[in-house]
Every structure is written in structure tokens, then in C-alpha cells.
Design a protein around this ligand. Structure first.
Ligand SMILES: *Cc1c(COP(=O)(O)O)cnc(C)c1O
Length: 399
């Protein structure tokens, strides 16, 4: 049997390769940071990293590492259980409380990842009598979560409020309605228009779910996410998020919101019921992250300053940058091959970025996505801009 299947896989893999879509892992031989070492032909090379979700630079933060180590000494390595059997320590409960306080919500449930939080969100709450109205550019995990639920699905064009209104009108046919959206869309860096989504939700009797994975720690003056940006703290029924991006960069996800919703998830959400508890040290580091973000606004301010600085310089140099309100800066090149050549040339200049093209982004919308971090020094940002200008001129993108 396997011989035939093997041949089938080899052919498919070959097609992926010839379409130029084959994904290769790039090996890093240093901690994650704004400056990293990559293993290039056996020889480690120093590069400036512009493609991590390490927005606040916490991935190698000494306080987080110490908090994780201390917790490992006090509470051991793993839980060897799901939460409701014997996998809940005081640290897990403390982190859930701290996340609720951070977002101004009533209760929180932790997951192994935000992928699981979104995957286990809709099915326990809604039935075939209900409706989910989803932004067309929502993250894969929201799409999968919606697929696992029997609710009637509606989709609206990215951030298109006229289209959302139309879908909400159609969804009046169902019993309960929830609008689902990313807070920040990862390919453009645009923020969802949560103020208008909230208004429409009021008008059409719908609930709102926001995934703050790319916005928590980043968007809003104090990094409390899109609910801060739009003054909607405490008004949104469900927020999901990750500990894998700005919040320390390791693993872990959460759903936070109305207490009955969280309570029902604890009863019925499958990734919570049937998957292992977060390691205690991860919960302890999560707690430390939220402590760092609430005791001072230094990292948030530095990130916002760095983002404004980098984007300002790139625009002044003549690059075409997608409108963004996050730490994501999409440098538009439009042509798929150009995006790959550009990224390869940048790497030769010691600048680590990724070029994206169809089907990850729409056809003829190829780009390089730059992710700015609070950890970048001004010198690193200047070197990034200088390399972009040099390669941009060499490849005819800039005059
Ligand atoms: C990264 C991301 C996720 C997945 O988070 P993990 O914790 O890594 O599983 C979910 N939703 C959005 C919008 C994301 O950007």
C-alpha cells in the first residue's frame, strides 16, 4: 500500500516545489531576539531579525527566564494531566486572573495555544440554529473553529462594514449571532474597525469575538489591544489571544470574556478537556509578562516609537507601505519573484525578513512583511532601512 501512497506524496511535494511554495525551515543557533545567528552553510551568520512576532522583545527577557526557572524549582516540570483532572496549579489560576484584569474581562480559560482557543470556541457555544459572521481575512484557527461548529456561516469582506451589515441582516434568520474578527490582520497590519463592528453588533443584536493575537501588547497606548484603541474595554463578549507573540513568545493561548461563556468552555471545549495543561513555568512567565506590561509603559512606548520611526523612514525613501496601525509593516512589491529575490538580497545584507506572495496574500499583492520590535535599537532599524534602500535601488524598485 505505502508504495503507491509514497509516489502520490512525492508527486504532490514536487508540485509544491515547482510552484515555488515549498517551505523550508531556517535554522537559528541563538536565542530569539532582534539580532540572531542563523546557520548559513555551517557558518553562523549574524542577522537583524525583522520577521519574529517578538513585538515587545520579551522572547529572551531575563526576568521571564528567571520567573520560569523559579517556578520550575517550586512547581516542577509538567502537569501530566488535563486541567480538570489534576492539571490545575495555583499558577494557572493566577495567570487566568491576571489576563482577565489585563483585558477588563470577567473570566479566562487557558489553552495550549491560541489555535486551540479558537478551535474550541464556537462548537461548545453555538448550534445549527445560530450564526457566525466572520471576516474574510480571519486567521486559519478561527476558520477551523468555525468549521467545527454547526452554526450557519456568513462571511464579510475584510473590514467592510457595508458588507458586514448585509450579512447581519441575513443572519437575523438565526437565534444567536456572533461576529468574529482578528484584532490586527497579519498580512497588512490593519486594525479591525472595532468601533463600527460594535455599533453594528448593537444594532443587529449580535455578540462580538476579537482575536487579539497580533494586537495584545501592541495596539493601544498601553498595549491593551484593540479594545483599548477603541475604548471598548469590558464591552466585547469574547477575546482570544496568545502567549506566543508579544506576551513572551513561547506557547499558550487563552479565551477571556463573559463568565458564563468561559464557564461553558470549561465544561465543553474539546482542546481544554482533552489536551494537556500548560507547563507551570509557562504560566509563571505569562504572569511575569503581564506584570512587566502593567508596572510601566516602557516597552509599549519603545515599540510605538520604533514602528513610527521605521515606517517614517521607509515611506520617506519612497517605499509603498500598506496602511498599518500595528507593528507589521507590509512593503509592497506586487511581483512574487521580486519579493523572493528582494528577501534573498536583504539576507545577504544581514537583514532577516520573509517575502509573501499568492496564495498567502492575494494575487499580484506580493510583499515583504517587516515586523518591528521594542528590542530593535535605532541602529538596527537604520541598518534595516539602509539595506532596503540599497536592494530597492539594485532591483529597480526605487529610482
Ligand atoms: C498567531 C495567531 C494565532 C495562533 O496562536 P498560537 O498561540 O501560536 O496557536 C491565532 N490567531 C491569530 C490571529 C494569530 O495571529
Amino acid at each position: 500500500m505505502y508504495t503507491k501512497f509514497q509516489q502520490h506524496l512525492q508527486e504532490e511535494l514536487q508540485q509544491i516545489e515547482s510552484a515555488g511554495l515549498y517551505k523550508r525551515e531556517r535554522i537559528i543557533v541563538s536565542p530569539q531576539s532582534s539580532g540572531i545567528q542563523v546557520a548559513a552553510d555551517g557558518q553562523p551568520a549574524d542577522v537583524i531579525n525583522f520577521c519574529a512576532n517578538n513585538y515587545l522583545g520579551l522572547a529572551d527577557n531575563a526576568e521571564l527566564i528567571q520567573a520560569a526557572k523559579d517556578c520550575m524549582d517550586r512547581r516542577g516540570f509538567g502537569m501530566a494531566s488535563v486541567r480538570f483532572i489534576c492539571g490545575t496549579q495555583d499558577t494557572h489560576k493566577q495567570l487566568e486572573r491576571a489576563i482577565s484584569d489585563f483585558f477588563g474581562t470577567e473570566d479566562t480559560i487557558l489553552y495550549a495555544a491560541c489555535f486551540d482557543a479558537n478551535g474550541g470556541l464556537f462548537e461548545p457555544l453555538l448550534t445549527a440554529d445560530d450564526a457566525i459572521i466572520s471576516d474574510a481575512l480571519n486567521h486559519a484557527s478561527i476558520i477551523d473553529g468555525v468549521r467545527l461548529c454547526k452554526a450557519v456561516r456568513y462571511r464579510y469582506a475584510n473590514g467592510d462594514m457595508a458588507d458586514l451589515e448585509k450579512q447581519l441582516q441575513a443572519a437575523q434568520a438565526q437565534r444567536f449571532r456572533i461576529i468574529a474578527t482578528d484584532g490586527v490582520f497579519s498580512m497588512d497590519g490593519n486594525v479591525c474597525p472595532l468601533d463600527r463592528i460594535y455599533e453594528l453588533a448593537q444594532k443587529y443584536d449580535a455578540m462580538v469575538m476579537v482575536d487579539e493575537s497580533h494586537s495584545a501588547g501592541v495596539v493601544g497606548k498601553t498595549g491593551h489591544g484593540v479594545t483599548e484603541r477603541y475604548n471598548l474595554r469590558g464591552k466585547i463578549e469574547v477575546i482570544t489571544g496568545t502567549l506566543g507573540k508579544a506576551f513572551g513568545g513561547s506557547v499558550g493561548g487563552f479565551t477571556t470574556g463573559r463568565k458564563e461563556i468561559i464557564d461553558m468552555l470549561r465544561q465543553r471545549s474539546r482542546p481544554y478537556l482533552f489536551s494537556n495543561s500548560l507547563p507551570p513555568m509557562i504560566a509563571a512567565a505569562g504572569l511575569k509578562t503581564l506584570e512587566i506590561l502593567t508596572r510601566s509603559n516602557e516597552l509599549q512606548d519603545r515599540l510605538h516609537g520604533n514602528t513610527d520611526y521605521f515606517i517614517g523612514k521607509m515611506k520617506a525613501a519612497g517605499f509603498d507601505i500598506k496602511p498599518t496601525e500595528s507593528a507589521i509593516c507590509a512593503v509592497m512589491l506586487y511581483d512574487a519573484k521580486l519579493s523572493q529575490d528582494f528577501a534573498a538580497e536583504l539576507q545577504k545584507e544581514g537583514i532577516y525578513v520573509t517575502g509573501f506572495y499568492y496564495p498567502v496574500v492575494p494575487k499580484d499583492q506580493a510583499r515583504i512583511r517587516v515586523q518591528v520590535s521594542a528590542a530593535h535599537t535605532r541602529e538596527q532599524l537604520d541598518r534595516g532601512v539602509a539595506a532596503f534602500i540599497k536592494v530597492g535601488k539594485a532591483l529597480g524598485v526605487l529610482k
